[in-house]
Design a protein. Sequence first.
Lengths: 202, 226
Amino acid sequence: MLAVDLTGDSVKAKNGAMVAYEGEMTFKKRTGGGEGLRGMVTRRLTGEQMAVMEVKGHGTCYFADRASEINLVSLNGEKLYVESSNLLCTDSALRTGTSFTGLRGSSQGNGLFTTTVEGTGQAALVSAGTAVVLRVTPQTPLQVDPGAYIAHTGGLKQHFQAGVNFRALIGESGGESFQIRFEGDGLVYVQPSERNTIGGEV
Amino acid sequence: MNGPVIHDAWTLPVDDNINPYAFSVDLNGQWFLQKGKMVAYYGQIDFQGVGLGHLDHLIAHSFHSPLHAADWVVAEGHGKMVLADRAFDVNSYDLDDGNLSIRSGNLLAFQPSLSLKQSIVPGFLTLIGTGKFVAASNGPVVFMEPPIRVDPQALVGWADCPTPCHHYDHEYLRGFLGAVRSRTGIGGASGEEHQFEFVGAGTVLLQSTEEVVDEISVGETGGTGS
């Protein structure tokens, strides 16, 4: 559960994520993720839809989502790429948007697009089990199971990596045939659980 | 508020837990893994299905469960590997020239110095030898000593003691009505008429819920573990 103290300022949160509050709060549905008309159209077109509300007031507001673990990420002008289903709450100072992920997105079973969060402030991610944060450096690229990936920050290049060989075709596959390979400098957030993906069946 | 701990290829623990739900293996050679339990890795690691190939010798030595061959892979290479299973608690255990039986769905990975066999109890696997293995449980694992009777769903595994037998609550079965109730559940059954009974010296591993970590049924005739 996440507790947010508000003193007249506001946060953006996943619709319906509030479980309790103390003090005076107003909840306002922000159509299209509060990104204006263009953002709304983009999200509608890309299917990376996010029902967001703006919470404003004085007091403490508590957020939770299906008893998942909550991980706080502090941003200092960086850009956070996160699956919209894993984003719980952001400071209102953070801008959200949509970006194209290509083949990686389709491998996660979460669509071809992902959500970006930019600016300075804190964002809260939800994950099944406490997320593991892994640093990627140019010397140590990281391979991640598409179903376990939740978010990343920094200048990372992603490749979709398939280890399919003839044995996979005869049913003796390695079971870990598809991975996302991250190269560059940055952080990757991984949950200790896997979503169902197309690749997971191979 | 402090941010989360950031791990990299060097600070990831060596064969230890990262958090209650994730385990890091320092791979230098080979490990057996159940399919789909690897969530991330650094370094050069290949995943090979259990089957014919250059791993023939290894499998001949360490893998004696054709029923499960399709669910296991061999990770080979150098690097750090993060294992996890549906946000269940994971833990590693060391076996020193011992034997341990475990529910097949709970076992995540083991070192090839251990030898994997099928237990004669359906749905369980037996590890024999010396080495480390990683297992998942729904909630923390509790260690108990025989003699003990345990609920089949809460049983994770047992080590060094004789194979368990079934125990039925005889008092409850006595008489016609009791038999009808226990067979049909009509009139209410406590659900605790049937246990696994352990005797002798050894250790019994229990999880703190009766929600079984999904397994692949192995020659079972309905029900889980019973």
